[in-house]
Design a protein around this ligand. Structure first.
Ligand SMILES: O=C(CO)COP(=O)(O)O
Length: 134
């Protein structure tokens, strides 16, 4: 009998980011999808990560800097290194953001590296079950 040694698949790595006006929706999204998210490795910008962990204390989220202080760029760097499989970024299209160039740079890298990117809850809800079964 031949033994096969199967390497367990690495968990899906997801980056969570939400503008201030969308943080409540991100926390609600995380709660609604807590089972799928529990099987993934999560990164988030600082405040978004805090809100998600507040709502779902069982989820372990690696928090980076706050977006305006470089958190969006940190996530962009992880994407460039091939360490992020999916970006869920709830964007507020109705407010100006002082770090808009960082926001654009993050989205640009998600496009360059062709990773699934959901910019609103409706798209994230479609994307998540396809890629991260509960
Ligand atoms: O600013 C952000 C996205 O551009 C998000 O950063 P925070 O999660 O720290 O608020």
């Amino acid at each position: 009998m031949t033994e096969t040694t199967e390497t367990p698949a690495a968990p899906l790595t997801i980056a969570l980011v939400a503008h201030d006006a969308k943080k409540a929706e991100m926390a609600a999204f995380a709660e609604a999808h807590r089972n799928e998210l529990a099987g993934t490795k999560l990164y988030a910008t600082g405040t978004t990560g805090a809100r998600v962990m507040e709502r779902c204390p069982e989820l372990s989220v690696t928090r980076l800097k706050s977006g305006p202080l470089g958190g969006d760029q940190q996530i962009g760097a992880l994407i460039a290194e091939g360490r992020i499989d999916m970006l869920i970024f709830f964007v507020d299209p109705l407010s100006p953001h002082p770090h808009d160039v960082d926001v654009k740079a993050l989205m640009r890298l998600a496009l360059v590296y062709d990773i699934p990117m959901a910019l609103n809850p409706a798209t994230a809800a479609l994307l998540l079950p396809v890629t991260a079964p509960a």
